[in-house]
Design a binder for this molecule. Structure first.
Ligand code: PHE
Ligand code: NA
Length: 454
């Protein structure tokens, strides 16, 4: 079936596996490989990991299931999904789409860094374990005005190309190849990293919690990361759910996707942090952590530049299967709500995302890093704060109020199970979480983030 003919601008998943791979593809991305390890390093290692897992269990699964339910119920993107139940709520869908679209603008910048590192690995530039030299290579690169922009352009163009292929042809096929390969190579890298001399301090850092590092900042970072990593609160999972057909058991998917996502995040952290300690680096070095430490690990591997280039290629695949979902949410919105042609929507939205990403890229360089926007943060940090710390919790908060209190948990559960039943008291736990735990927890974090603005 072709999704590109004009009478049928929507499409549907070719198979259950196709959906699962695409949804896991959306979830698994730079959030796991790039972000999770440096957040672990910034927020106390094991303390962050345990907090992350607790939030995942308490609200992550819940919101995942809820978004799938909402999408499949209406077979529409987030705006239509809310509208199908209560007209006045459709604006909530727009918040999520806006968040995912803003994330796309800087996600593509980081995706560009990944492409640069593929090139570097191939040209044999990873032959030193001198961490200061590796740090210099990285900061010099991201500080340049033009070169990172070229890679940013390449990344967004690749994203555009896949999304233009339509829901089955593009996304599904791409995800099928990308995911398993990433897991295998991550595994190889972890084994090398944890066997480096001196890596055991890193393992201890990640397994033995030092609760003196715990605090509200850790909770905020972990909650935001749970949403970011699972692609929640952005309309993305609602959109993917909308392409599911009615005999799909949503409860199963809502557990499988987070499990795969967490496995990828933990593997990545075990690839990066032991190396940080082994090579004598600072775990709280921030967003550069992956790019600075892993080349040092590859330098210590036989055939390191081969493994290095393969690693960054698979990370690129993972990043693309996420960025296509970020773009897809906005494209679906324009196609469903405003009757745009899929092709036009994709091109226009990708081009504008590129332009908004330009100042984010420049914010890493000496010329623009001092120019601040929200509360003393540069452009990159301001956009990510707006999207991840404000829009995303707001949309997840509204979602839980909507399904828990406005639509009602009984109707939602019927949709989840095709009028069937859920085992092990899971239905009750889900209902409790969506009515109380999620709105109170997320609302609390949202208020903290708003207060942080002043
Ligand atoms: N979940 C993706 C990641 O971890 C990022 C993403 C967020 C993708 C939101 C889609 C929607 O990298
Ligand atoms: Na993720």
């Amino acid at each position: 079936m072709s999704n590109l003919n004009s009478t049928d601008e929507r499409g549907s998943w070719g198979s259950r596996v196709g959906f699962l791979l695409a949804a896991a593809g959306s979830a698994i991305g730079l959030g796991n490989v790039w972000k999770f390890p440096y957040l672990c390093g910034e927020y106390g290692g094991a303390v962050f990991i345990f907090t992350y897992i607790a939030i995942l269990v308490l609200v992550g699964f819940t919101i995942m299931l809820t978004e799938l339910i909402l999408g499949r119920h209406s077979h529409q993107g987030p705006v239509g999904a809310y509208r199908a139940i209560k007209k006045r709520w459709s604006w909530v869908g727009i918040i999520g789409i806006l968040a995912s679209y803003l994330i796309l603008t800087y996600y593509s910048v980081i995706g560009g860094w990944i492409i640069k590192y593929i090139v570097s690995a191939f040209t044999g530039n990873f032959n030193t374990t001198d961490i200061d030299a590796l740090g210099n290579i990285f900061t010099t690169f991201i500080g340049k005005p033009f070169e990172p922009l070229i890679y940013h352009a390449i990344f967004i163009t690749l994203t555009l190309g896949i999304v233009m292929g339509g829901i089955q042809g593009g996304i599904e096929k791409a995800s099928k190849m990308m995911m398993p390969a990433l897991f295998i190579i991550l595994f190889v890298v972890v084994i090398r990293a944890v066997t480096l001399p001196g890596a055991s301090a890193g393992l201890e850092y990640m397994l033995k919690p030092d609760w003196s590092k715990f605090g509200i900042k850790v909770i905020i970072a972990a909650l935001v990361q749970v949403f970011f990593s699972l692609s929640l609160g952005m309309g993305v999972i609602i959109t993917y759910g909308s392409y599911l057909d009615k005999n799909e058991k949503l409860t199963t998917s809502s557990v499988q996707i987070p499990l795969m996502d967490s496995a990828a995040a933990l593997l990545s952290a075990f690839a990066v942090l032991p190396a940080v300690f082994a090579l004598g680096y600072n775990p709280s070095a921030g967003p550069g952590l992956l790019f600075i430490t892993l080349p040092g690990v590859f330098a210590k591997m036989p055939m390191g530049s081969l493994f290095g280039s393969m690693f960054f290629i698979f990370v690129l695949f993972a990043a693309l299967s996420s960025s296509i979902s970020l773009l897809e949410a906005a494209v679906t919105y324009c196609v469903d709500e405003h009757g745009w042609k899929r092709k036009n929507a994709t091109i226009v939205l990708a081009a504008v995302a590129f332009l908004i990403g330009v100042p984010s890229s420049l914010a890493n360089g000496p010329l623009f890093s001092e120019i601040t926007f929200i509360n003393g943060m540069n452009f990159f940090d301001s956009i990510s704060f707006l999207a991840e710390n404000l829009l995303l919790p707001l949309s997840a908060f509204m979602l839980s109020i909507f399904v828990g209190w406005v639509w009602g948990t009984d109707k939602a559960l019927k949709e989840a199970t095709n009028n069937g039943t859920v085992k092990f008291g899971l239905a009750g736990m889900w209902a409790f979480s969506i009515k109380y735990l999620a709105p109170i927890g997320i609302g609390f974090i949202l208020i903290q983030n708003i207060i942080a603005l002043f």
